[in-house]
Write a protein that binds this ligand. Sequence first.
Ligand code: RB5
Length: 153
Amino acid sequence: MNIAMGADHGGFTLKEELKTWLAGNGHRLFDAGTDSLESVDYPDFVGDVVENVLSGTADRGILICGSGIGMSITANRYHGIRAALCLDPEMARLSREHNDANVLVLAGRKTDVETAKEIVDIWLTTDFEGGRHVPRLRKIELLKPPSNAPLPK
Ligand code: RB5
């Protein structure tokens, strides 16, 4: 698969570990950064990853920050992105079967490397179930922007 990855300083170490492991398993990686443990702002590393997913350049995206929460909040602002923060393999499986998640979010400060590999492995290999979940996803896509959003020019 083509996988776009991004992380802040809280996810940098886990991103590097996963990159090596994923490349060793034959995946092609686009790395949107960050490139060190220096403190950065997590929203700055979301855009490149989600744009790659939305355009189809990447099959999936993986985002990592310390808790996974900031990356989740940011990625889910993009229409068409279904980003799922997964802390265990069961959440990873459900996020694919029920939610057709196209971005996996990991918590670099809560999830060890071996657990993260299990999560990623299941997440990349589990198919969307379809069926009763399709109209639910459609309802998300049909949501309007918030009523306090600025009007388009
Ligand atoms: C960075 O200290 C931390 O706030 C960030 O990695 C993430 O956990 C935010 O949600």
